[in-house]
Write a new protein. Structure first.
Length: 223
């Protein structure tokens, strides 16, 4: 009898251990708030970067079609050039983030976005020559596509380093939320005028560069 009782105790203990393990796999992790807090700077940087992209969405087609008097094909070319550059620069961005570091990739992306903004502003000086203006604008869009790839690739890699492999889904989810929230806010807000959009975008990105570079500078000092 005693032998059977001891077997039951052992079986119940093992069963409860398995149940606890199963519950731990299905229930939300208790560290979720701390993961979110550690990701907040990255989420903010991604939000700002894609806010800048979103701000230009309503203004660019009108500027190219009505301001420069160019065809809808050129409007599509200007809009699509950024996405084409993002596709072709994706492997480059991944290689850079793996070899030079995710934080550096984000900073490089933000700096390239600033240069892109300069091209945007420069294109406004050549409105009297639509072909020249749109060529400069396309160059700026190409740079923006490269910048976007470096920022999002570096941000995801950085976030996974902070959150750990066990929180990969949370990292992707929160960074993706920041991306689409930025588009949702930026597109309606982009009707203030193209020159104002470009100028504000550059200033915002420059502030983001300063924020992104802070961890790198601190790491260099401590090293």
């Amino acid at each position: 009898m005693r032998h059977h009782i001891e077997e039951d105790i052992v079986a119940n203990t093992l069963a409860s251990g398995r149940l606890s393990e199963m519950a731990a796999n299905f229930l939300p992790a208790a560290t979720t708030p701390s993961v979110l807090m550690s990701l907040l700077p990255i989420i903010a940087l991604v939000f700002v970067a894609y806010l800048v992209i979103g701000l230009a969405m309503p203004s660019l087609p009108l500027h190219v079609h009505e301001g420069l008097g160019l065809s809808t094909f050129v409007v599509g070319l200007v809009a699509g050039s950024s996405f084409a550059a993002a596709v072709f620069s994706r492997p480059w961005a991944g290689h850079y983030a793996d070899n030079r570091g995710s934080k550096r990739a984000v900073v490089i992306g933000l700096l390239v976005a600033v240069v892109s903004g300069l091209f945007y502003l420069l294109s406004l000086l050549f409105i009297s020559s639509p072909e020249t203006s749109v060529t400069i604008l396309i160059l700026g869009r190409l740079l923006l596509g490269i910048a976007e790839r470096f920022i999002i690739t570096g941000a995801l890699s950085w976030g996974m380093t902070l959150g750990g492999t066990q929180n990969t889904g949370k990292v992707i989810s929160w960074i993706g939320t920041a991306l689409y929230a930025a588009f949702a806010v930026g597109a309606p807000a982009g009707k203030v005028g193209l020159d104002a959009v470009f100028l504000v975008s550059m200033l915002v990105v420059l502030c983001s560069v300063a924020v992104a570079m802070r961890p790198l500078l601190l790491a260099r000092r401590s090293g």
